[in-house]
Design a protein around this ligand. Structure first.
Ligand SMILES: Cc1cc2nc3c(=O)[nH]c(=O)nc-3n(C[C@H](O)[C@H](O)[C@H](O)COP(=O)(O)O)c2cc1C
Length: 485
């Protein structure tokens, strides 16, 4: 199986259609109907199909939306350039090795870019030329950036950051921006705002999958995701220098904008409410009590028949990301921090991180858990860390829960740590902490491992051994409806 590197979203969609389920839906309404259908699909259908919406109400044929591209882990494997016949855990391991071995490759500037096929500037700027969704019933507006990539550059070091931060449409040339405290894109904006300046910004909507994955993963401060991305791709990302901001614009994006973010004390708007990935309306102005930054859009570029990537949050019981790069980065960072014998890592949403170790010494489990909270990949907005033994697959919640139920003594094996990096969109953030802008939370660590000192005396596992289990499944699969393994 050849690993593929995709230059744009179109190539990726074509490949994903070859290897997994997909459906095209025509005539649906951008106003709530599409959002509800996406949530129903991701909640009710196991391994949800990739959805492509065309002939969207009020919009011409060709102005499409793709959704759920990463709701099946095999499509994530395809996106990451990994073999898609492996288990989730093997894929996380392969992703971590890929991150470790990738040598940073800066982007390559090109003179011509598909994204420049159509240009809107001045009075022609109109972001509602595209079928921007209103996804959830109480959303305060339409959101173009959910599946976006926002690029800005540190004025001191000139390193270029990519981050995925949502964008609300306030007006045809004015977008709202929700960047949670501490996010790298926000730290860069603040450097401009402190000098009373507007921060130049580029955003793309609909880009090749690896660019999106790198954008939404927290690589350490001063690590340019553009360079990391080049390394992961094995060839530089082609970029076009933005005529308005001078920032790099991924050349093969479907849609891109250039604009400026003025200091919020000069201009800001109420943002949201927006249905968050937590399953609540808790971010933006609702979460902070304050108006949020805006982007004054100076230019819009787009390809013919553009495809928007919808990644609007879904209630967590619906699968939006069946796997992502974050767990791979966390595994790599744990090993780089010197944690030995890590045999599995997984992120079940931002709230639950599981790390499996082969315990070597007393204190090993605590060392691993504290490192999870400290590593950039998992430092922000977690809730629970579970450390398990090597016989537990961290990707399998049934196994993780079993370990928590049977290997944790609540009085001695649950540790809480206060004052960790969180975000105002945490629904459990107390009102007084929000008011004081103390956007921190506590974490609970579950040491769901056999106690090291008497691990040899811990009762033996009674579950059928995997070899015998696989043998009988194979032997009787003609008689019993076992799923494919
Ligand atoms: C679909 C999606 C939407 C996101 N929206 C936001 C958002 O609106 N605001 C935010 O602060 N982080 C958001 N995030 C999380 C950030 O993209 C993520 O923390 C990323 O690492 C930020 O980039 P940075 O590390 O360069 O700051 C989103 C992530 C995803 C996958």
């Amino acid at each position: 199986m050849e690993a593929q590197v995709f230059d744009d979203l179109r190539q990726y969609i074509a490949a994903a259609k070859q290897m997994s389920a997909w459906k095209e839906i025509t005539g649906a309404d951008w106003n709530l109907e599409i959002g509800a259908l996406i949530e129903a699909t991701a909640e009710l259908i196991a391994q949800p199909p990739l959805l492509i919406f065309d002939e969207i109400k009020d919009y011409p044929r060709g102005y499409r939306i793709v959704s759920l591209p990463y709701a099946d882990f095999r499509r994530v494997a395809l996106a990451l350039g990994l073999p898609y016949d492996k288990s989730k855990l093997e894929l996380v391991r392969l992703a971590s090795k890929k991150i470790r071995s990738a040598k940073p490759l800066p982007p390559m500037e090109v003179g011509r870019a598909p994204v420049m096929e159509n240009i809107m500037t001045g009075k022609d700027v109109n972001i509602l030329k595209f079928p921007v969704l209103r996804s959830h019933e109480t959303d305060g507006g339409r959101y173009i950036g959910t599946g976006d990539v926002i690029i800005n550059s540190d004025p001191d070091s000139h390193y270029v950051n990519m981050g995925t931060y949502r964008m609300q449409v306030h007006a045809p040339d004015l977008l709202g921006l929700w960047i949670s405290p501490g996010q790298q894109g926000r730290q860069i904006c603040m450097k401009y705002w402190e000098k009373g300046q507007s921060c130049p910004i580029v955003a793309t909507f609909g880009q090749d999958p690896l660019t999106f994955m790198a954008s939404m993963t927290k690589f350490p401060w001063q690590t340019s995701e553009l360079d990391v991305l080049g390394g992961l791709r094995g060839k530089p990302l082609e970029v076009f220098r933005g005529p308005v901001t001078g920032l790099p614009i991924p050349a093969h994006a479907e849609i891109a904008i250039e604009g400026f973010v003025p200091p919020p004390r000069e201009e800001a708007r109420d943002e949201g409410p927006f249905g968050e990935w937590t399953g609540y309306y808790s971010g933006g102005t609702v979460g902070t009590g304050e108006p949020q930054p805006v982007v004054k859009v100076k230019a819009i570029y787009h390809r013919n028949d553009p495809i928007l990537d919808d990644e609007a949050p879904l209630w967590p019981g619906a699968v939006r990301f069946d796997l992502n790069l974050r767990a791979g980065l966390l595994w790599d960072q744990l090993e780089s921090a010197g944690i030995q014998d890590v045999v599995g890592v997984y992120a079940h949403s931002n709230y639950l991180y599981v790390v499996a170790i082969r315990q070597r010494y007393a204190g090993h489990a605590r060392q691993a858990a504290h490192a999870v909270i400290a590593c950039s990949a998992a430092a922000r907005h977690g809730r629970y860390v579970v450390v398990v033994d090597e016989d537990i697959d961290p990707t399998n919640l049934k196994e993780v829960l079993w370990a928590m139920m049977t290997r944790v003594d609540p009085a001695t094996d649950i540790e809480t740590i206060e004052g960790c990096w969180s975000t105002p969109l945490d629904p459990r953030m107390p009102p007084e902490k929000r008011a004081a802008r103390d956007h921190s939370n506590s974490r609970a660590i579950f040491y769901a491992v056999r106690p090291f000192a008497w691990r040899e005396k811990f009762p033996k596992v009674s579950r059928t051994g995997r070899e015998l289990f696989d043998q009988v499944v194979k032997k009787y699969s003609d008689i019993l409806p076992f799923p494919p393994r």
